[in-house]
Design a protein around this ligand. Structure first.
Ligand code: NOJ
Length: 761
């Protein structure tokens, strides 16, 4: 039992930070704050306030209005000139952008430029692996590169704001949007989300190649019940703070320019009108004073949610929650002026929203340089393609490699290339690709032919035309190709439309007749390499024994083909690790490594449906927390991934076994490459807080490092933890640090590792 009274330090802010302040002092403080806001000495704030002071209420509300573009047209230009539009999304032609901008800058009363935006999620033209794939790299530099390349390409047509990164913690493979996330872990998502923000925003927003990033969807969207998109999220205070919010807090700390609220309701209150979430936590507690945009019609959707009765009430709730910009809700423009006149919305709240919008426009340099310079295209530049290939290589996870079928040996003279994803230039790019051109995609078939076509016999027979295809008439050709080859490369998976927004699945196995095709291929007795391109972990438990090797590549993007070819032939070595827990079957979802222990954790040798005696007594099997048909474990744990080499861990050392509140703990460990090729290993540090005033997860990732090692080389990997890493939020919405015992592991995935322990006094 811990001595909780010794110091249950309240490290975070309470719900009302001014609660214990003398009321007179409080009022004085507030007056001071307000006057500071108006008479700020910051030159940028001054510019914003000067401009704001010249604006009519209607012009202010116009700045809060974002609409979707549909080319240049007089109607839109007229609205812009009237000052009724602050931002346009989905306009991607530089000349159109400039023409619309001209209407704003030269045609409107105050000449305030438009902020053009777009969902540039994992690339603009050069498409990187889907975000979940990038997360599998566990390499912040790879993710940052993806953001940078996307920013350079998107900014070249005048887009200065993207709606990414999506940092919703996602634990359910059914949820179509898991593909857009950075996985299930708050720490990994925090680190990689910050890297993506850095990539998009560059060193300064003012740089013409920088685009404002957007932390979305605030918050709890990934907890959609049953993995069904847009569904309600029910999240306890403790889960919200410990699991769902940390990546957003990290995004604020990383300087993210904007936030987007989520579609979902969270514990009964839609995020778009959620004062506790947006105004209290984001703005007051975290001090974030950037732009918050609604999601597409998410303000209006508070009506069908049953939270407000009409659009006017929706607009009122959104502004009160400090949502600054209306994305295609058509709620602010028609109703806000009247709401102000009726005294339901304060003009001061409108002013603050507009300040945030104008400030971002100034920061992006739009007032000085509103037009985009039309230059030579930067699309698909050589170094963009090289970085996309690097990212695809690092995103691929080797999940099985029996008999070391990969990398293919020199003895291989012929390969069968089969499966619906072997040559699917559109689907290989994945979801949320509006601008990438499939004619630039290099598929595995194209890459294999280009690089090995002259040395090897490549027998191509897709077997199925697309992932949902049920027609088996090409099976015979695929099987014949397999028989005629030394090895079979089976490119399976999901079409890109199977994941992403509104694309949830209840069955997460291989769609169409792919399972049957794989079964037929396996009957040939040839070694089979299964390569899955998908937006989620595909249920593969039953098919896995049919294959020797399993490479999980997510949707790898434009350069997926060359990346996979390098991996297949050993020019590159797999180093990806799962950013999610891989279930055996869909019924295990939601499944995640940092779960609670329960009062009846399952042990080993559990009874299963296959071995339970007939008419077994009700409690004769023991009573523990597991599935009779799936066991207690996933197919592959979080953090798992193999290499063509092996790594040995030794010499785990802790700088102390007893810590006090302000101490730092240094943890070191030696990692050695014990195989024959160079490879990179993601070294992972987990802790477990054994006893807490609220129960703690069985493991929590606290640090990681990706190290490259030559054959035989050993490196000491060192991590430093402060006691901040040991804090957690309790059910009273307080962040606390509790003394007690901790276990610690350093290892190759969340289920294996060298173990030690320490005590926090
Ligand atoms: C809806 C999606 O939820 C959001 O992620 C996206 O940025 C907007 N639409 C704009 O397309």
């Amino acid at each position: 039992m811990k001595h909780r009274t010794k110091y249950s330090v309240i490290a975070g802010l309470t719900r009302n930070p001014l609660k214990n302040v003398n009321p007179f002092l409080g009022i004085l403080f507030l007056m001071l704050l307000l006057s500071c806001d108006k008479q700020t000495s910051d030159p940028l704030d001054k510019k914003v306030n000067d401009l704001l002071s010249q604006m009519t209420l209607e012009e202010k509300i116009g700045q809060m209005n974002q609409i979707s573009g549909y080319g240049y047209n007089e109607d839109m230009a007229g609205q812009i000139k009237a000052g009724a539009i602050g931002s346009i999304l989905n306009e991607v032609d530089a000349e159109t952008v400039n023409a619309l901008q001209k209407a704003a800058v030269e045609g409107s009363r105050l000449g305030i430029p438009i902020l053009f935006s777009r969902d540039v999620i994992h690339g603009f033209k050069t498409i990187f692996p889907v975000p979940l794939g990038q997360a599998a790299s566990w390499n912040p530099q790879v993710v940052e590169n993806g953001g940078r390349v996307a920013a350079v390409e998107a900014a070249s047509v005048g887009i200065r704001w993207t709606f990414a990164p999506m940092i919703d913690i996602s634990r359910d493979q059914r949820w179509g949007r898991i593909v857009e996330s950075l996985g299930e872990d708050p720490y990994l998502t925090s680190v990689l989300g910050a890297a993506m923000i850095k990539g998009f925003q560059g060193d300064s927003l003012n740089d013409p190649t920088s685009i404002a990033a957007c932390a979305k969807h605030f918050a709890g969207y990934g907890a959609a019940e049953g993995g069904r998109d847009y569904n309600a999220s029910i999240i306890s205070t403790e889960q919200l703070r410990n699991t769902y919010l940390p990546p957003f807090k990290a995004a604020v700390e990383a300087g993210v320019a904007t936030f987007m609220v989520s579609f979902n309701e969270i514990n009964g209150i839609p995020s778009s009108g959620n004062e506790y979430l947006v105004k209290q936590i984001l703005r007051n507690d975290w001090g974030y004073n950037g732009l918050v945009v609604s999601d597409w019609n998410s303000v209006g959707e508070m009506v069908p949610h049953g939270y407000v009765k009409d659009l006017s009430e929706a607009a009122e709730a959104a502004v009160k929650a400090t949502v600054d910009m209306d994305m295609e809700n058509h709620a602010f423009l028609p109703y806000l002026a009247q709401l102000v006149k009726d005294g339901k919305v304060k003009e001061a709240d409108i002013d603050n929203a507009v300040r945030r919008i104008l400030k971002l426009k100034f920061q992006l340099g739009l007032f000085e340089n509103p037009y985009v310079e039309i230059k030579e295209s930067v699309f698909y530049a050589e170094d963009h393609l090289a970085k996309a290939k690097e990212a695809a290589i690092e995103s691929v996870i080797l999940l099985k490699n029996e008999n070391n079928v990969l990398p293919l040996s020199d003895k291989i003279k012929s390969i069968a290339v089969t499966g619906p994803l072997a040559d699917a230039p559109h689907d290989q790019m994945g979801t949320w690709v509006f601008d990438g051109d499939k004619t630039h995609t290099i598929t595995p078939l194209a890459a294999l032919r280009a690089e090995y076509g002259s040395q090897l016999k490549i027998n191509y027979a897709p077997g199925l035309n697309f992932s949902r295809d049920l027609d088996k008439k090409q099976f015979a050709q695929a099987v014949a190709a397999a028989r005629a080859s030394d090895v079979v490369l089976f490119f399976a998976g999901e079409e890109s439309i199977f994941s992403g927004e509104a694309h949830s699945r209840a069955d997460i196995s291989l769609p169409g007749a792919q399972k049957e095709l794989l079964t037929e291929l396996a009957k040939t007795g040839k070694p089979i390499v299964l390569i899955i391109m998908a937006g989620r972990a595909i249920e593969i438990g039953k098919e896995l024994p049919l294959v020797d090797t399993y490479l999980f590549s997510f949707h790898p993007g434009t350069m997926g083909g060359p990346a996979l070819t390098d991996l297949i032939f050993g020019k590159a070595v797999p180093s990806g690790k799962l950013p999610v827990t891989y279930p055996k079957m869909v019924g295990q979802t939601p499944i995640y490594y940092n779960h609670k222990n329960t009062g009846r954790p399952a042990g080993d040798n559990l009874p299963t449906v296959e071995n339970i005696p007939l008419e077994a007594g009700q409690v004769s099997l023991g009573c523990s927390s597991y599935y009779m048909d799936a066991g207690k474990d996933p197919l592959f744990p979080f953090g798992y991934g193999l290499s063509y080499t092996t790594f040995e861990y030794s010499d785990l050392k802790l700088s102390a076994t007893e810590l006090t509140k302000n101490d730092r703990l240094t943890v070191s460990c030696v990692v050695k490459n014990t195989g024959k090729v160079a490879g990179a290993e993601v070294v992972q540090l987990y802790i477990r807080d054994l006893v807490g005033s609220i129960t703690r997860p069985v493991k929590e990732l606290k640090a990681f490092d990706k190290v490259t090692l030559q054959p035989g080389e050993a490196k000491t990997v060192e991590f430093t933890l402060t006691t901040d890493a040991l804090k957690f939020w309790n059910e009273k919405d307080r962040e606390i640090l509790e003394p007690g015992d901790f276990d610690l592991w350093v290892g190759t995935n969340s289920a294996e590792g060298l173990k030690s322990s320490f005590v926090l006094k």
